[in-house]
Each structure stands twice: as C-alpha cells, then as structure tokens.
Design a protein around this ligand. Structure first.
Ligand code: 5GP
Length: 214
C-alpha cells in the first residue's frame, strides 16, 4: 500500500495548559507519530525538557535563522524557540505524521507556509487552574510567572485561529480527543487517494472473464 505524505499537526496552548503531559501520553499511544524537537535558547528547567528541546546558544540560533533552517521561530518571554524544518520534511515524505508544538506566533508562520497543517489549541479547564499550575511549578520567579500568565492570556485570545480546541480537564479525555483528531486526519480522502487508485488499478488488471459465470 502506497503511503501518502504524512500529516503535519500543530499544537499550541498556553504555558500551564498541560501540553507536555498530553503530548507525552499521545506519543506513548501512537508510536508511529513523530515529534518535532525544537531548538531553544532558554535555560533547562527540568529533566523532561531534554526530550522535547535541543538547547542552543543565541549565536547558534541566529546562525540557524541565517541558514533558513527553521520552519518557524519566535521569541517567547525573552528566549528564542524554533522548529527545525529538515526532519519534518523528511518524515512527511516517508509518510509519517508529525506533531509540532509551538506558540501562536509559530503556528501563524507555519500555517502560512504549510496551509495543509492541521491546527489544535489546548485549553486549560479554567483560569483558576491555569494560575494554580503556573504558580505551583515553583521553577520560576514571581516576575517570570506573571509574564507567563500574561502571555497565556494573549495566547488564548488567538485560539480562534485554530481548527480544533481540546480542553485539558481530565487527562484521558484530552488525550482521547487529540488522538481522535489525528486519526480522523488519516481517514481523509486525500490521505487515501493513492491507495484507492492502487486498488482500482488492480481491479482493471483482474481477469473478469474467468469469473463470468459468477
Ligand atoms: P516553555 O518554555 O514553557 O517550554 O515553552 C514556552 C512556549 O514556547 C510554549 O507556548 C511552547 O508551546 C512554545 N514552544 C515550544 N517549542 C516551540 C517552537 O519550536 N517554536 C515556537 N514558536 N514556540 C515553541
């Protein structure tokens, strides 16, 4: 069966919406799905950061910009975040779906360059929960937390730009909804056209006359 080009999924959501947990669980349940590792200039916050980020210096990041190595990049709370383009193109050519996590600015850039991208916004269940998650982390100063809260509100104002919204209240529900979106994209006609044509080709070369008595 010929594989169509893989889908490109964008996931955004404010800091504190639980993106890392949701993404980790989705990747565990869908081992074929590829996750795009971002290059970032922010200092390491937790061990788990190593699974989703490549930490680079501002100089290295700027070199990447000059060489047009990023599909998108943005400045977020004083640090650079960027999505390397090459692995995404390679995976998609191999027929593998790719999940990119980025802020609303990054998503805007990607949707312009890749209009076929499927965009999903992850929402916290309430502002109170968002606030609690951001202050309860204990990894940032009050000032940084306030900046992240303000940035979160700005991000949520842009949720209308996305095709899908998933509310992360109960983790298994949010994961299930995200997987449903990814699965539905695989079932679209465009993703199956080549396969359907192959079946029809086989039908053409079938010896119908040998079965004329059926
Ligand atoms: P954090 O510092 O909390 O890990 O991430 C801060 C913000 O940057 C989050 O909204 C996250 O989704 C976003 N982000 C993560 N990777 C990328 C990326 O490659 N590009 C862009 N534009 N944003 C990213």
């Amino acid at each position: 069966m010929t594989k169509a080009e893989g889908n490109l999924f964008l996931l955004s959501g404010p800091s504190g919406s639980g993106k890392d947990t949701v993404i980790g669980e989705v990747l565990r349940q869908l081992p074929e799905l590829r996750f795009s590792i971002s290059c970032i200039t922010r200092p390491r916050r937790a061990e788990s950061d190593d699974q989703k980020y490549r930490f680079v210096t501002a100089e290295e990041f700027k070199k990447g910009i000059r060489e047009e190595a990023f599909l998108e990049y943005a400045e977020y709370c004083g640090n650079y975040y960027g999505t390397p383009a090459a692995p995404i193109d390679r995976w998609r050519r191999q027929g593998l779906d790719v999940l990119v996590e980025c802020d609303t600015e990054g998503a805007r850039q990607i949707c312009r360059k890749k209009p076929e991208a499927i965009s999903i916004f992850l929402m916290p269940p309430s502002f109170a929960v968002l606030h609690k998650r951001l202050t309860g982390r204990g990894t940032e100063s009050n000032d940084q937390t306030a900046r992240r809260l303000a940035a979160a509100v700005e991000e949520m104002k842009k949720a209308h730009r996305y095709q899908y919204v998933v509310v992360n209240d109960h983790l298994p529900d949010a994961v299930g909804q995200l997987i449903a979106i990814l699965t539905a994209a695989r079932c679209r006609f465009g993703a199956n056209e080549e396969f359907i044509n192959e079946v029809l080709q086989d039908a053409q070369s079938f010896h119908w006359e040998a079965h004329s008595g059926l």
